[in-house]
Design a protein around this ligand. Structure first.
Ligand SMILES: [Zn+2]
Length: 167
C-alpha cells in the first residue's frame, strides 16, 4: 500500500527569533512562536472569540427568560454529584463577580472559565491591534502520557471536591 499524499519528511519547523521552548524531562518540548497569520490559515482567535461571545449571549438570554439546564442524570441515578455538577451555579456566581463562591461550586469549571476569559482577552487584543499570533508547536512528541495523567488527576480532584462540598 502506498501513501501518495504523505510528505517524505515531517513538516519543516523553523524557529523564529522570538521562539521559546519548554523542555520536559523526556526531551520532548513545545515550541512557542509569535508569528503573523499565514495566508489561508484558520483564524483561531477570531473563530473562538466569536463562538464564545455567541454562546455566552445565548446562555445569558436563556437564563433571563427562565430556561434552566436539565437536572443531572448521574446525580438522579446515583445520589452523588457528577464531576460537572455545580458548573451552572459556578458560572452564575462568576457572572455576578463572586469568584470564591464559583470556585466552591466547581473549581475546574471556574478555572476553565478563567482560561477561556484570558484567551478571549488575548484574542481581542491581537485582533484589534493586528499583532502576531501565539502558536505552540509540539516537537518530537509531546509527553502525552503526562498530559493525560495530569488531566485525569485534575478531574478526580475536582470530583472529590464537588462531592465533599455537596454533603
Ligand atoms: Zn452532574
Amino acid at each position: 500500500m502506498e501513501f501518495t499524499n504523505m510528505p517524505s519528511g515531517g513538516p519543516a519547523l523553523t524557529s523564529t527569533p522570538r521562539a521559546g521552548r519548554a523542555t520536559s524531562r523526556s526531551g520532548s518540548h513545545l515550541e512557542v512562536h509569535w508569528r503573523p497569520l499565514a495566508a489561508g490559515e484558520l483564524d483561531h482567535e477570531r473563530l473562538w472569540l466569536l463562538v464564545t461571545l455567541a454562546a455566552s449571549a445565548l446562555a445569558a438570554v436563556s437564563w433571563q427568560i427562565g430556561l434552566r439546564p436539565p437536572p443531572c442524570f448521574f446525580h438522579q441515578v446515583t445520589g452523588l454529584p457528577c464531576p460537572g455538577c455545580g458548573s451552572t451555579r459556578a458560572v452564575v456566581q462568576l457572572a455576578q463577580g463572586h469568584i470564591a463562591a464559583a470556585f466552591i461550586f466547581n473549581p475546574l469549571t471556574t478555572l476553565a472559565a478563567f482560561a477561556l476569559g484570558t484567551y478571549c482577552l488575548y484574542a481581542t487584543v491581537v485582533l484589534a491591534s493586528g499583532s502576531p499570533r501565539l502558536r505552540l508547536t509540539a516537537q518530537s512528541g509531546l509527553p502525552a502520557g503526562l498530559l493525560r495523567t495530569t488531566a485525569l488527576a485534575a478531574l478526580v480532584a475536582n470530583w472529590w471536591w464537588v462531592i465533599a462540598h455537596s454533603m
